[in-house]
Structures are given as C-alpha cells and as structure tokens.
Design a protein around this ligand. Structure first.
Ligand code: AMO
Length: 448
C-alpha cells in the first residue's frame, strides 16, 4: 500500500512504500540521496549498496523527474541532520527496493533549486514541467484558497452561485477590448464580464455570484493585464446605498485573507511575504479627494483626470499606508460618462457615479458599485451610451419587470494572488496565461 510522503513522519521504524518523482539526486559514490516528491511533500531517501545492492543499482540509473516506487524503512534523523525546511525533515527513508515507473527526458534546466530562478518566458514555455516545482505549486495553492474562500463567504451570506455564459451577443463593458468571434453566420463576442447576466440572475435570486472566465483584448503587454481572467463576480439586491456593496466587498476580502492566513502559512513564508493589512474600516475617498491627496503629497497634478493611472494608484496606496496603516483603499465617484451605462449616477451630482474600485498595494483588485435599477433611466442611459437596445433585450426585459435597488462587484483572481504573494508579473499567477504574445506557445514563433 502507498504511504504519502507527509505521513512518513508518523511511521518511524516502519516499512513503507512511497511513490513519486525524483526531485533531486545526489550521488556521493558510496551513498546516493534521492529527494522524492509527491503531492504531500518532499522526503530524503538514502540508498546504500550494503543495505540493498539492487536498489543501489537502480538509484545509479535514475535521473531528475523519473517516477519511482520506493520501499524501505523510515528512520528518525539524528538531531543535527534535522531539516526544518522539509515537512519530513525529521525522518528519512532507507531504501530497500526501487522500481522505475516512468522515465523522464533530460531536463532543460535545474529544477532542484528552491527558488527556480528562471526568466518568465522560459518558466511559461515549459509550464508542464515548471508546474511540478514546489514554489510554482504554492502560487496555485494560494489561488485555490482565494477562490474557495470567495465561494464560501458569499454562500454564508446567502448568495446563489450561477454559471454565466462566455459567448455573448453584445459588449457589456464597452470599449474596444473585446474579442469578436465568428458564430456560424453571425458576429458574437467572448464575454468581457458576466455583468449583464449577474444582474439578470440577481433580479430573480436577489443575491448571486459566479466564478468564471472573462476575456479582454488588451492591446498592450503589461505586468498586470491578461487577456483571459478568472473573474469572481457578485451582485446583490435591496441595497440602500452603494456603501453596502462596498462593505460586502470588504467583508469578502477580509474572509479571503483570513483563509489564506490560516491555510497558506507555508506558502506565504516561501514567498517571504505577509498578508496585506485590512483595518476594521477601510479608508474610502472620492476620486477627486484621491487626486487632491496625490497633489498635496507630491505636487503631481492629476486633479482633472478622469481616472487614476498606474502611477496614481501606486502613490495613493503609499500615502494611505503611511497615513493609516491600511494596505487597502476604496475610491468611488468616477465621471459617469467614463464608465459603462449600467453604473448609477450620484443623484446629487450626476456627473459622477456611485461606482467604486478597491486598490491594494498599488493595484486595483476590484471594481463595482451601485447600478441603475429603474427601467426608464436605464433605457435613457442605453440611448446616451449609443448602445443597441435590441442586443441587450433580455437584460432590459428583466429590468422592465421590477428590479430593486442593487449593486455588485468583481475581482480578478490572478490580481489577488499576485498581490498577496507580491509577484512581479500577473503571468506568474495564471497557470496558462494568455496575452498578445502567447497562447501557451509564443505566437511569433509559430507559423500562422
Ligand atoms: P473591471 O473591468 O474593472 O470591472 O474588472 C474587474 C476586475 O477584474 C480584474 N481584471 C483584470 N485582471 C487581469 N487582466 C485584465 N485584463 C483584467 N481586467 C479586469 C481586475 C478588476 O478590478 N463588470 C465590472 C465589475 C462590476 O462592476 O461588478 C468589471 O468588469 O481585478
């Protein structure tokens, strides 16, 4: 029977069989060490010819990433040889028999290094291999906890999970960042956001969320944009103010951070980082206040701009951190005409809306806010934004039948992962990142 590597610490003195990949092989002539890896961790295997000549002969042949089955005795390590970095650092396996289950081709680079110091393109070109590295796996363990926590928290708040379509007849968010597809004899689009669908489903279920892919034809290559994103979306009815949406978003982030803190201590340590600080109340300011703060702080005048640019976001986060200790800041009140048609204009100052963004450590994590729920106002805005009502007729129909005041928000799972672990490039936080230059393969290096 197979014993998982992490379980060997409880089996000192016992005979066990482990199965896994050879992570590193160190040959010292009269003794061969194999670090073997399975889904639970890594352990050191000691192969001595005087214990088993047969095992020693096989160990002489194996190379990195060979898949092996090893039986042997679990021994406690002497005090001074304990390795605190390994889950199994207090034990080692004395090999009695080794079977090769699968061979591996020679590796293009060293996978034994704990840092895996590779250029990002190399890391991505060899994803099938680099995904095996514990450091790379740690990123996706954190991401899985983030997505689970999003689901868990919203379910606890009585949100209903639905599946949004990816093929859509119309553009929800506006702008040119959209992939058009040939859909039989018609034009269709890959969804930029489940926005209109989450509002439709909300109009029936009150509180809804979805975890789905969104697609953005980002025409530039940056360290924080992908063309395919995992979007964590929520929408809630019967709100009295956009601040309720903000508070739900903040509570969701708080829960996500708590779960990552509890379940990913090892992974945070591996990246030598700590969770971003969220205060009981997250600082909240209007776009104009944020721009004034930047002006007061550095003299950089962005007070007439319609949005914050990346430099503004970094500076604002640094100011807020210095002033309050918070790594998070909500910015609300963007120019109405610069945002999509569904965003709710502030009734007291309709030039500005009740949309919001949440920034953390210099980057936007989330967008959301209150939406227009009144059918006539919505129709008016559809006209003003020069949209074709026929293309969003299902959405408009839902609103014609009575929809309460409502709002919602969306996070990108890759942005959260990147910012929690302080990764330099969002591509590290996507298993198979898509951008202008890559769909698994480098596009300019293959024949079209
Ligand atoms: P927005 O377009 O701001 O809002 O997107 C919401 C969040 O999704 C993530 N995100 C991205 N991450 C990586 N690469 C991209 N190209 C990219 N685009 C978006 C970000 C961003 O904060 N419908 C609204 C949300 C709402 O109002 O509920 C929307 O899509 O983390």
């Amino acid at each position: 029977m197979r014993t998982l590597i992490a379980q060997t610490v409880e089996k000192v003195g016992e005979e066990v069989t482990i199965k896994g990949w050879v992570h590193v092989r160190r040959d010292h002539g009269k003794i061969i060490f194999l670090d073997v890896r399975d889904r639970s961790g890594v352990m050191q295997v000691v192969v001595l010819p005087q214990v088993s000549e047969e095992a020693y002969n096989v160990a002489s042949e194996v190379k990195s990433e060979y898949v092996v089955e090893i039986s042997g005795k679990v021994n406690a390590r002497p005090e001074k040889l304990i390795n605190p970095k390994l889950v199994t650092g207090t034990v080692e396996l004395e090999a009695h028999g080794i079977t090769i289950l699968a061979k591996a081709a020679p590796l293009p680079f060293d996978m034994g290094d704990s840092e895996l110091n590779l250029e990002l393109p190399t890391m991505l070109d060899h994803r099938g291999l680099t995904l095996r590295h514990p450091r790379v796996q740690a990123i996706f363990k954190v991401q899985a906890v983030v997505i689970d926590a999003f689901r868990e928290f919203l379910k606890s708040q009585e949100f209903f999970e639905f599946q949004a379509p990816c093929i859509t007849p119309a553009v929800a968010e506006g702008g040119s960042e959209v992939f058009q597809i040939e859909y039989f004899d018609h034009k269709a689009y890959l969804t930029q956001s489940p926005q209109l669908y989450k509002q439709i489903v909300m109009s029936a279920f009150e509180r809804v969320f979805s975890v789905n892919k969104i697609f953005r034809a980002e025409p530039s290559v940056t360290t924080r944009h992908l063309t395919e994103v995992v979007s964590l979306d929520a929408e809630m009815g019967f709100i009295e103010s956009w601040t309720e949406v903000r508070d739900m978003a903040a509570a969701t982030v708080r829960y996500i951070l708590k779960q990552v803190g509890e379940k990913c201590a090892k992974e945070l340590e591996l990246f030598q980082t700590t969770l971003p600080v969220m205060l009981d109340e997250t600082p909240t300011m209007s776009l104009r206040e944020a721009q004034q703060k930047i002006f007061d702080h550095s003299g950089r005048d962005v007070r007439d701009e319609k949005d914050l640019n990346p430099e503004d976001e970094r500076e604002l986060c640094a100011i807020v951190k210095e002033e309050t200790g918070s790594d998070f800041v909500f910015v609300y009140g963007y120019p109405t005409k610069k945002k999509p048609f569904y965003v709710y204009p502030n009734p007291e100052d309709p030039e500005y809306n009740e949309g919001m963004d949440l920034l953390c450590r210099g980057i936007e994590w989330l967008s959301g806010g209150r939406r227009v729920n009144d059918y006539d106002q919505l129709l008016e805005q559809v006209k003003e934004w020069k949209m074709d009502p026929a293309k969003i007729s299902m959405f408009l129909e839902a609103f014609s039948y009575g929809v309460p005041p409502e709002g919602g928000f969306a996070f990108g799972a890759e942005r959260i992962t990147m910012q929690i672990l302080q990764l330099k490039n969002i591509r590290e936080a996507s298993m198979f990142p898509r951008d202008m230059e890559r769909i698994d393969i480098r596009l300019n290096e293959v024949k079209q």
